[in-house]
Write a protein that binds this ligand. Structure first.
Ligand SMILES: [Zn+2]
Length: 78
């Protein structure tokens, strides 16, 4: 029986390679940590905009968010 050592080798190779193959096939658990975008109100045109995209103006009264540069300019400051 010359086949037995070959068979043993194949079995051994499969046993050794299987965990490695499983690791490759496993889907990468990459859950993007996307924070929910906060909505802020534009005090000029009363529109709700996404905070991250809003035009920001900081003054003594605090931070105000606007939908556009135009609205930010129109803001009288309270
Ligand atoms: Zn606006």
């Amino acid at each position: 029986m010359r086949l037995l050592p070959i068979l043993l080798f194949v079995v051994l190779a499969v046993v050794l390679l299987l965990p490695a193959l499983r690791r490759i096939q496993l889907p990468a658990r990459r859950v993007p940590r996307a924070l929910p975008d906060e909505l802020v109100k534009d005090p000029v045109c009363q529109t709700y905009i996404v905070k991250s995209r809003a035009v920001r103006r900081i003054d003594a009264g605090g931070v105000r968010y606007f939908c556009s540069e135009q609205c930010a300019r129109l803001d009288t400051g309270g």
